[in-house]
Design a protein around this ligand. Structure first.
Ligand code: SDX
Length: 420
């Protein structure tokens, strides 16, 4: 591959190209500022690769998503979330012995220091679960300050599950249910959410399987906003707990993970408003309205988000298995059809994303709407950790510190207050 050539002020500069294992090409501009004095400008980083990564591959044009080379469609049907944790964080699907060991350690680390409940109970019961989770993640680190990286990784993954359940129980005014040492990750989460304190676990297998699949589908998504945030904070050598806490904060935004909650609220609003789909599609197209079709569009997918396809099919299966019917699912399907036939969405290549159907399934599983993004974080914690660890182990590791183009006032003298 030849170099990239740039001419600036009449001087020619060349920059080497980097080609990935799937043929993606990057222009290595690490020496751009040093050789030209200029910086690249790319608000929102839509054209900028922050790293070379071997964890997740997305082909947005063709709706492809793979974790360490395995297609998401196969992982969602053939493995458990614990196997995906091992795949993302340690690079391979585990054998039986490793899976058994991983499952037992996660169950052990799901038991948290009693002191974390005092931190939790300092929040108003009206606090948003994502704000609570972000703060509690940093707090968790203060109880386990001296762990090695592997211990910290497993404590964060297991702790996210327990914290999510504790937050739910606290906001509902229910006593906490402690984790069981004999359950897999998804079942233990459901036991802590809906179990009875002191009683043996009684988890519905269908629901556990649906949760497990949702966690797999949300586990990683290369350099999305929250993964990049986790990398950025970790690049300052901040702790894993602090980095994950920052990732939770980024994910809480309605343009990112917070969209799943907004999708349900949007579908409910459409139903309450008599189901007038054309009105809401019209609002989404109207630049003067700040209404967006939540769960639609994506920075990378300009075709179907493969996760939305899987979740769209799962929604029917879960509702049927639970003997439930949800009019919001019918509204979602009709809304999808109307939007996908509308020139505005077709021209901008806006398709349903991962958040469009996930809320319907969470609702069927009786997860409260404001807990939907916590469910996203429960799956994504393993992806953030994989990204954080890869950044820390990168031979090119350095603190992330982007540059800028200054457009403010030129030098001027401070006037006395009488002249301002
Ligand atoms: C996630 O990055 C990831 O990988 C994220 C994620 C992950 O797994 O980590 O996949 C999870 O965050 C999924 C996205 C969830 N968010 C939403 O569903 C919120 C609604 N979607 C949009 O806000 C938007 O599509 C984004 C934020 C997802 C993407 O924004 P971009 O890439 O900055 O696109 P854009 O805002 O520049 O939109 C391009 C055009 C604009 O119109 P024009 O200026 O060209 O006329 O498309 C329009 C936008 O107005 N548009 C929408 C729209 N999304 C984009 N118009 C109506 N409804 C929408 N949902």
């Amino acid at each position: 591959m030849s170099n990239a050539k740039l001419t600036l002020d009449g001087t020619d500069h060349e920059f080497p190209l980097v080609e990935g294992s799937e043929g993606e090409v990057g222009i290595d501009i690490a020496k751009l500022r040093g050789t030209t004095g200029a910086v690249a400008l790319d608000p929102g980083y839509g054209n900028t690769g922050s790293c070379q990564s071997a964890i997740t591959f997305i082909d947005g044009e063709n709706g492809v998503l793979r974790y360490r080379g395995y297609p998401i469609e196969q992982l969602a049907e053939q493995v458990t979330f614990e196997e995906v944790i091992n795949l993302l964080v340690w690079g391979e699907l585990p054998d039986e012995a490793r899976l058994k060991e991983l499952r037992a350690t996660l169950a052990e680390y799901a038991v948290l220091d009693e002191g974390i409940k005092k931190v939790l109970e300092g929040f108003p019961k009206t606090a948003h679960p994502m704000a609570m989770l972000s703060s509690l993640m940093t707090a968790l680190g203060t109880f386990y300050p001296d762990g090695d990286t592997e211990e910290e990784i497993l404590r964060v993954i297991a702790g996210t599950s327990t914290l999510a359940a504790y937050i739910y129980r606290y906001k509902q005014g229910l006593d906490y249910v402690e984790p069981s040492k004999d359950l897999d990750f998804a079942s233990n989460f459901l036991h802590m959410m809906y179990g009875t304190p002191g009683e043996e676990p009684d988890v519905d297998e269908t629901i556990a399987k649906a949760i497990d699949k949702l966690l797999i589908l949300h586990a990683d998504h290369e350099q999305n906003c929250s993964a990049s945030t986790t990398r950025m904070v970790g690049s300052a050598m901040a702790s894993l707990y602090a980095s994950i806490s920052a990732g939770v904060g980024a994910l809480s935004g309605p343009l990112h993970g917070g969209a799943n909650q907004k999708v349900l609220e949007m579908l409910q609003a459409i139903q309450d408003d008599g189901g007038d789909l054309e009105k809401y599609v019209g609002l989404a197209k109207d630049k003067s309205s700040d209404f967006r079709l939540m769960g639609f569009g994506h920075r990378v997918y300009k075709n179907f988000d493969p996760r939305a396809k899987i979740l769209g099919a799962s929604a029917d299966d879960v509702l049927t298995a639970l003997g439930k019917d949800d009019p919001l699912l019918d509204i979602a399907r009709k809304l999808e059809k109307v939007a996908l036939e509308d020139e505005f969405f077709v021209k901008r290549r806006l398709y349903p994303n991962v958040d469009f159907y996930s809320g319907i399934i969470y609702r069927a599983l009786e997860i409260p709407t404001e807990m939907f993004t916590v469910m996203f974080a429960l799956g994504r914690a393993s992806g953030w950790i994989a990204q954080w660890q890869e950044m820390r182990n990168d031979p090119a590791f350095r603190i992330h510190r982007p540059r800028q183009i200054y457009i403010g006032e030129n030098e001027r003298d401070v006037p006395p207050i009488s002249e301002r």
